[in-house]
Each structure stands twice: as C-alpha cells, then as structure tokens.
Design a protein around this ligand. Structure first.
Ligand code: SF4
Length: 295
C-alpha cells in the first residue's frame, strides 16, 4: 500500500510457554485422557485461553476441596502448600503434581535456610500462589517483602532478625531483588542468599530489555493476570517508554504501530506461541484502522 512504512518485527529469542508451563499442561492433558473426574484449585497457568481449553476438555476448576471431594487433583505449576497436598491424599484424592521443578527447588532452598537457623525472607508477592506454596513448606513463619517500604516495616516491627536467609520468587526481576538485598545489607548482620530466580525467566528478561532498548516500539504479549508478563512489560517500559502490553492481536491498536518501522516482540512464559505469532502477523500485514482498537 502506498505510503505504508516497511515494518520489521524482531522477535525475542524465546517466546511461548516455558518448560514448566509445558510440563504442567501436558500432565493435565494426560490426566484428563486417563481419568474420570479431574479438578484443579485455581488456574493451572495464568492464561485464559489455555485454561478455557483445558476446561473444555473436562478440567473442573474449584476454589477448594472438602471431605466429600472425589477424583484427581492437579497441583498447578506454582505449587501448593504441603499441608493441602497431605490433606488431599488423606481423604483419598489422587494427586497429579505439576509443580515446576524450579519452584520445588525454591521450596527446598527455603527449607534448608530454615533448618540452618536463618530467618527466611522471601522477596516476592505474598498473594502469589508460588509464595503461598513456599510458606506452606516451612515450619516457622517467613517474612515476605516486595518493596523497600515493606522491608523497613519488617525491620521497624522487629520481625527482621540479624541472621537472614533470602530467596526470590522465581519469576521476579533481578533488578528489584538487587535493590532489596542492597538495602538489607545495611540492616542485617548475616545474610545468606540463594538465587531462586528461574533461569528461563531471567534469560527472557535480559533478552527483552536488550531488544526494547533498540527498537522504536516494544510489544509484550501475555495475560494481565500473569505476574511474569506484567514484570516483563514493566521492565521493557523502563528501557523503552514506547512499550505496549497486549493479551492478543485484537487488543493491539493500529495507532500504536502504524508509523513505526522497527518493532520488538516478546511474551510471558504462559503465553501460547500462536497468540504471539498472530501479533507478529498483524504488525507485518495490517494496514488499515481496525474496527475495535482497545489499546
Ligand atoms: S517460569 Fe520458570 S519456575 Fe515458572 S513454571 Fe516456567 S520454568 Fe518453572
């Protein structure tokens, strides 16, 4: 079309599901094929397209189980508190554990710190399922902090001891963890840190930041309920204010890319690859005002 700029889309090195999400989806599909009544507490992963597809295949989503519950319970990729798993087995439920091995390692790291006498500090979002799973793996209460302010609150209320063992939410941005640990160095006598940040997450963040820094427009594809996608978008926006976060191609407004020649494209770890591909094709081929632009 005349006047239309030649657009180029540069993809991040890895898009689509990480191995932990792929594994969880495969284990769930296998359970649905082999068993009768399969249910899950909450969403398997933070992507509606994925969870809708699994529910169409028969996966039942529920908030909790009770003594009358029957069937097979899937433990999602973020894990579950140990007591919930033990209780489910005790009342006779079958359990398929789709907890990501990297999340399990974070739980084990926290347990080891606790055994060695450290006050466990988890840098992460206290409302996230993964953090609840880690807290549930410990004997003593741990401190969960996500901001410098929360760290100061913990210190002011004497919850922060002099000997602390620190782990990180697996999907957290390293930059934020650095800031909190730096501040902690001025407060505690002894700090032991186990880096539990997931390597695929970190690779994607490093790669996306590098990409965002050199393109005119950066697009991050993924659910608004996905913590790692939200963090990825925030990180990219820090390096390139012209960053948009969309859940799918339909949400990407033509206005955003119509005058742009070089676009970077990255995705969260629970974003299906075909959603990213649809965004790529739209940027490359779309050349008129869409009917329903929402972003
Ligand atoms: S982001 Fe990392 S920790 Fe989370 S499910 Fe994927 S591989 Fe596992």
């Amino acid at each position: 079309m005349e006047g239309r700029p030649e657009r180029k889309v540069i993809m991040a090195r890895e898009v689509g599901f990480c191995f932990g999400v792929k594994r969880a989806i495969n284990l769930t599909k296998q359970a649905l094929n082999e068993r009768e009544d399969v249910f899950i507490l909450g969403d398997l992963v933070h992507n509606k397209r994925v969870t809708d597809e699994l529910e169409d295949k028969g996966l039942r989503k529920t908030d909790d189980y009770n003594a009358d519950s029957k069937g097979t319970m899937i433990i999602r990729a973020h894990g579950l508190p140990k007591i919930k798993i033990q209780e489910a087995k005790r009342i006779g439920l079958e359990v398929v554990d789709a907890t990501c091995p990297i999340v399990l390692r974070a739980q084990e790291a926290a347990q080891m710190l606790e055994r060695d006498g450290y006050q466990v500090v988890i840098v992460g979002d206290k409302n996230h399922a993964e953090i609840k799973g880690i807290l549930g793996a410990l004997q003593q209460p741990a401190i969960v902090i996500d901001t410098i302010e929360e760290l100061h609150e913990a210190k002011d209320s004497y919850r922060l001891l002099r000997k602390v063992g620190v782990i990180f939410q697996t999907t957290h941005a390293l930059e934020l963890c650095h800031q909190i640990v730096n501040e902690m160095l001025m407060m505690c006598k002894e700090i032991r840190i186990i880096n539990t940040i997931c390597r695929p997450v970190q690779n994607r963040q490093d790669d996306a930041v590098e990409l965002a820094s050199r393109v005119e427009l950066m697009i991050v594809v993924g659910s608004l309920t996905s913590a790692n996608t939200m963090e990825l978008a925030a990180l990219c926006r820090h390096y390139n204010p012209n960053t948009v976060h969309v859940q799918n191609a339909e949400e990407l407004a033509y206005e955003k890319f119509k005058d742009v020649t070089e676009v970077g494209l990255a995705s969260g770890l629970s974003t299906p690859e075909d959603l990213v591909e649809a965004v790529r094709l739209k940027v490359l081929t779309y050349d008129s005002e869409p009917q329903m632009a929402t972003v």
